[in-house]
Design a protein around this ligand. Structure first.
Ligand code: FO1
Length: 310
């Protein structure tokens, strides 16, 4: 089984490549829930939905989130009635949040909801939230400490970032069975997601880093930073706020103690030597996931044997 630590859009695209080169039922995606928040009285889980709906080929490919061809009649009426409209929730998208919220109120766990939804949508990849407990990511800004989605979407990532608080609602436990999945994995992949607010929340769960270190599986990460910039999302300001250089080398310093191999883009080939100096093996390739062929090629790169464990 191949375990993939995943955030949102970049991870979803990477998984679309992986399912082309590995039987989907051999893949388990452990998904960040730090973006999750309540809006309109509904439990919204952006990264779980992005991964599930992308693998179900239902995603809006322009945006990387939301459902293709979705309408926003309900959102318009929510606005008329004084509800918040800063977070675009389409009519079909709302069905996910309404149904999820109802099941959670009936006592289902987020793991059970996520598994029920991916099966209902015909996704063969197992999708596991990182935790069934609330584990919101807060961003510390000039305007105070705010939830990631308020920082990133409502306030358009305009605030100066002073820090990040993971699991801001208190201790969160790894989802049931997650530590066993890490122990059983034959290979562990860290998708090209935001290392601070997408992968960070997963690694910060008690026992996860220890389980990863104890695993005999090769751990391969894909840099989400290409040519000194993120392909999408707020990785740059967040990495800067945490004191990391915004480059593939900065990514290497984050994962140096954990991963065996880092896959970087050919634009960053000159960073291969300093990254190797950190003790990581390096694979230099085209990491821009333009289409299905590039996604499959990138995924195949993370499956090649690049030598022994760290
Ligand atoms: N991102 C935005 O920038 N604007 C939105 O209005 C928005 C709505 C949205 C609705 C459902 C969903 O699953 C994701 C959504 N996202 C939106 C993406 C969200 O901000 C993600 O958490 C980030 O892209 C980071 O993964």
């Amino acid at each position: 089984m191949i375990l993939v630590l995943a955030g949102g859009v970049g991870a979803a695209k990477f998984l679309e490549g992986l399912v082309q080169v590995v039987p989907p039922d051999q893949i388990v995606a452990v998904v960040n829930t730090g973006d999750d928040f309540v809006l309109h009285g509904l439990m919204i889980t952006p990264d779980l939905d992005i991964v599930t709906c992308t693998l179900a080929d239902l995603i809006d490919r322009e945006q990387g989130w939301g459902l293709a061809g979705d309408t926003t009649a309900c959102l318009e009426w929510l606005g008329k009635l004084g509800g918040p409209t800063w977070f675009t929730l389409g009519d079909r998208d709302l069905a996910l949040h309404i149904r999820r919220s109802a099941l959670l109120r009936e006592g289902w766990t987020l793991s059970q909801v996520a598994d029920s939804f991916r099966q209902a949508l015909g996704v063969a990849v197992r999708i596991v939230p990182m935790s069934d407990d609330p584990a919101p990511t807060h961003i510390v800004t000039d305007a105070g400490e705010i939830h990631f989605e308020h920082y990133f979407v409502q306030r358009r990532a305009q605030d100066r970032v002073h820090g990040v608080r993971l699991h801001a609602a208190g201790p969160a436990q790894p989802a049931p069975g997650l530590l066993d999945l890490i122990a059983q994995a034959e290979r562990i992949l860290i998708a090209p997601s935001n290392p601070v607010v997408s992968i960070g929340p997963i690694l910060a769960l008690p026992g996860v880093e220890a389980a990863l270190h104890a695993s005999a599986a090769p751990i391969v990460a894909v840099s989400p930073i290409v040519g000194g910039a993120a392909i999408k999302g707020p990785a740059a300001p967040l990495m800067r706020a945490m004191g990391y250089e915004v480059s593939a080398l900065g990514i290497a310093t984050i994962y140096a103690e954990l991963a065996d191999t880092l896959v970087i883009d050919q634009q960053d080939h000159d960073l291969a030597a300093p990254i190797r100096a950190l003790g990581l093996q390096v694979v230099v390739t085209d990491t821009i996931m333009r289409g299905p062929v590039e996604k499959a090629r990138l995924a195949a790169c993370t499956l090649k044997d690049t030598g022994n464990r760290n």
